[in-house]
Design a protein around this ligand. Structure first.
Ligand code: 5GP
Length: 340
């Protein structure tokens, strides 16, 4: 047994220090970024915010809404082959697990239309498995120029392993941080998200790769903290749930409307997609109801407005410069008010 004494931080443990700024208006801030990836050699341009590959969030309707903002949607794994759109293919990501059926599905999509596999996410709850690295290498051999992302991990050595040996371009970072995730309760495993971002971004950038901060973003300020901490992309689940474009059943209780939102390892998801929770594993996700919030565009405008405002507070004229302009101050658990 070993103990690390250095304190690890979550978004709620810090605030961003304001700095003298010459920026006049939020509208002067550019939130678009351009990335060149180490293995695919492709260039991607857009606003680096991604809808999570949960079946309540990563839907076709979400893609239709987000592509107008130059953002991406990571489609959930249970989408049928013929549902993938034929247009704006750099605005969606196909996600798969690491089973033989996942490989066959990807191969079949690739053979029918290679451009649909321009962005691929290989994603499992425990990204520390050697099989993940092997699977990513097979995907890289199948589709040499795809923008390949994989996860989830939270530490330096596995980020390096995935980029160098898995031939991955972008590593997805976050274990236990998701709003409907119960991994920390069920297993005791995890890492506070801001520290995970800082460690993993440093490791990824050191070998030419990039990271996605996945999970735990509850409000625009958390997204700014993730970008300020070095995340290249952020992935959102609960912030995009509960809208017209989200999946999940609409429930009416008296005057109020809700949408059901659940983790992809919750018993709700396992019953829906696998016909039950297999007895060797326990559920590591929960099911909640989110008050219905209408069009996702209102939430997106609020999110982008918040991030732009952060940039003006710290004199960063674009998102790329935000980490350079960010100084975090440790605070005593800054509790966020309920968002939405
Ligand atoms: P949120 O933005 O809601 O805080 O987090 C979304 C992320 O939570 C997803 O992108 C995914 O990484 C993670 N997640 C989704 N469902 C589950 C689940 O059932 N269990 C766990 N451990 N994580 C989940």
């Amino acid at each position: 047994m070993k103990i690390e004494n250095e304190i690890k931080l979550d978004f709620s443990d810090v605030l961003i220090r304001p700095k003298r700024s010459v920026l006049k208006s939020r509208s002067d801030i550019n939130l678009e970024r351009e990335f060149r990836f180490p293995h695919s050699k492709q260039i991607w341009r857009g606003v680096p915010i991604i809808a999570s590959n949960m079946d309540t969030v990563g839907t076709i309707d979400m893609y239709e809404a987000l592509r107008g903002y130059n953002m991406m949607t990571c489609f959930h794994k249970f989408m049928e082959e013929n549902e993938y759109p034929k247009n704006d293919r750099d605005r969606y990501i196909i996600s798969v697990g690491i089973g033989d059926r996942d490989y066959e599905k990807l191969l079949s999509i690739y053979k029918s239309d290679p451009l649909k596999c321009n962005l691929v996410c290989v994603d499992i709850a425990n990204g520390y498995l050697e099989d993940l690295v092997k699977f990513c290498r097979r995907v890289r051999e199948m589709i040499p120029n795809c923008i390949l992302m994989a996860g989830n991990v939270v530490t330096r050595e596995m980020v390096e392993e995935l980029i160098i040996n898995g031939k991955v371009d972008i590593v997805k970072v976050g274990i236990g941080s998701g709003s409907v995730c119960t991994t920390r309760i069920q297993t005791g495993v995890g890492m506070p998200q801001l520290s995970a971002i800082m460690e993993c971004a440093d490791a990824a950038h050191g070998c030419g790769g990039h990271i996605i901060s996945d999970g735990g973003i509850t409000c625009p300020g958390d997204a700014s903290k993730a970008f300020g901490g070095g995340a290249d992309f952020v992935m959102l689940g609960s912030m995009l749930a509960g809208h017209k474009e989200s999946g999940g059943e609409l429930v009416e209780e008296g005057e109020k409307k809700y949408k059901v939102f659940y983790g992809m390892s919750s018993s709700t998801a396992m019953n829906k997609h696998y016909g039950g929770v297999r007895n060797y594993r326990s559920s590591e996700g929960k099911t909640v109801k989110i008050e219905y919030r209408g069009d996702v565009s209102d939430t997106i405008n609020d999110l982008l407005g918040g991030i732009r405002s952060t940039c003006t507070y710290v004199n960063s004229k674009n998102l790329k410069d935000l980490p350079k302009c960010t100084t975090f101050m440790r605070v005593n658990n800054q509790v966020n008010r309920i968002y939405g």
